[in-house]
Design a protein around this ligand. Structure first.
Ligand SMILES: *[C@@H]1O[C@H](CO)[C@@H](O)[C@H](O)[C@H]1NC(C)=O
Ligand SMILES: *[C@@H]1O[C@H](CO)[C@@H](O)[C@H](O)[C@H]1NC(C)=O
Ligand SMILES: *[C@@H]1O[C@H](CO)[C@@H](O)[C@H](O)[C@H]1NC(C)=O
Ligand SMILES: *[C@@H]1O[C@H](CO)[C@@H](O)[C@H](O)[C@H]1NC(C)=O
Length: 383
């Protein structure tokens, strides 16, 4: 009986070997402290994030040990927004341009839109470049998560925004074919390489007949942005999903959801005031509305219920991730003291039918106007 043995040991050990036991205890304690220091220095969450979490008095976060929170919220000065395609990032980048001028931080928005994964050498090159921007800075690019600490470069704080996966997919599908408010004619000129049978491909056919554009791994799109540059991050599955979730907890200050953009902006304003103070006023101003008014993908067709069901199943990891992020977002909203607007969370067929109505279209835009989108999405091979 192991329990009995343990009791026996406990009753005997402290008396006979107390000195040795004491030494053992102290060295264990020392090892523990040293180990935790080592963890912090080697790829543990950035100190600034831990401070912020402590300030928020979180219980879901990793290092919550109930000590007294610092009186002032610590402000990061190195921020990376590795923006996900077709999740409203154009809106945010326009806002950032105005904010950078107002608050005097260095905004660097990369104009590479079609290269999200990098070789090891390219990663180091890019991270070195980013780390050389004078702080406070905000760097943004369509790129999968870069692990700075892996290469002993100080890890910046990450932010991002995602949206309902099927809505994102549809937005991308029609944007590639028909562009935005500038109209179809304009887009025909912009993407002359696209053949008509691809441009006018029925989305139900694409989904139900398993065209690559509408199948895995291509519809496994959002998770790799949060998982990282490891090749397995692009394989649809639990490994990438779990790593992406862990990364959200460890390295992201906030991941907002586009469906609640105003609240995302409000939270950015609270968490990163020297970047985002006043953003909501700008966003709601008539001048900005005029600009925001010009974007929006033309939605040509809503897929059939059958096709949506198939797609939903195909994107189940993406939905798992999306739901996780949304729950985290609502939790944080509560902590900061914003009321949560309860939206129907149940993904029933009824919900799927209403998909087209869920995201306000004017936000539905990205920057990749002339270049191809994701390399993974830039062409279509028939099965
Ligand atoms: C890094 O900066 C150098 C010099 O400005 C530039 O030539 C290079 O292309 C940059 N690399 C990346 C990955 O941005
Ligand atoms: C980043 O690199 C560190 C150090 O190699 C590692 O411990 C950590 O798991 C990595 N994180 C991600 C998300 O790749
Ligand atoms: C876009 O702006 C124009 C005026 O600039 C206005 O007439 C129109 O109603 C706006 N459209 C939307 C969808 O807000
Ligand atoms: C990305 O776009 C640029 C210019 O639009 C093009 O020259 C380049 O070949 C593209 N790269 C990939 C990997 O598609």
């Amino acid at each position: 009986n192991p329990l009995f043995l343990l009791r026996l040991l406990l009753s005997v050990l402290p008396w006979r070997f107390s000195l040795r036991g004491y030494g053992f205890c102290m060295s264990a304690l020392f090892l523990f402290c040293f180990g935790s220091l080592f963890y912090q220095l080697n790829g543990g969450p950035p100190k600034i994030l831990l401070d912020i979490r402590q300030y928020l008095g979180s219980s879901t976060y990793l290092n919550d040990h109930g000590s007294i929170p610092p009186r002032e919220l610590p402000f990061p000065s190195q921020v990376v927004y590795n923006r996900v395609g077709k999740c409203g990032s154009r809106t945010v980048v326009i806002l950032l341009r105005l904010l950078a001028e107002k608050h005097q931080f260095n905004l660097f928005s990369s104009d590479i839109h079609n290269k999200t994964r990098l070789t090891k050498h390219e990663q180091v090159d890019l991270m070195t470049n980013i780390s050389k921007i004078p702080p406070p800075f905000l760097y943004t690019r369509h790129v999968h998560f870069l692990n700075f600490s892996r290469f002993r470069i100080e890890q910046p704080v990450y932010i991002n925004i995602i949206r309902d996966p099927i809505n994102r997919f549809l937005s991308n599908y029609f944007f590639r074919r028909f562009g935005d408010w500038r109209g179809e004619q304009n887009h025909l000129i912009r993407t002359p390489g696209m053949k008509d049978d691809e441009r006018y491909l029925d989305i139900n056919v694409c989904i139900l007949e398993n065209y690559p554009e509408c199948s895995n791994p291509r519809v496994f799109y959002i998770i790799p942005y949060f998982c990282g540059q490891h090749p397995q991050c692009r394989e649809p599955g639990v490994w990438a999903l779990e790593r992406a979730k862990q990364n959200v907890l460890e390295n992201y200050l906030i991941v907002g959801i586009l469906e609640e953009l105003e609240e995302v902006l409000l939270m950015l304003e609270r968490l990163l005031p020297h970047y985002f103070a006043g953003v909501l006023n700008i966003y709601k101003s008539p001048e900005y509305k005029k600009m925001g008014n010009m974007t929006g993908t033309v939605r040509k067709q809503t897929p059939s219920l059958e096709a949506l069901k198939v797609l939903y199943h195909r994107m189940r990891y993406e939905y798992d991730f999306y739901n996780f992020v949304r729950d985290q977002f609502h939790l944080m909203k509560k902590k900061i003291g914003l009321k949560s607007v309860v939206k129907a969370p149940a993904y029933t067929p009824t919900f799927l039918r209403e998909l087209a109505l869920r995201t306000p279209q004017p936000l539905d835009e990205d920057e990749e106007l002339d270049s191809d989108l994701e390399d993974a999405n830039s062409w279509l091979v028939h099965p």
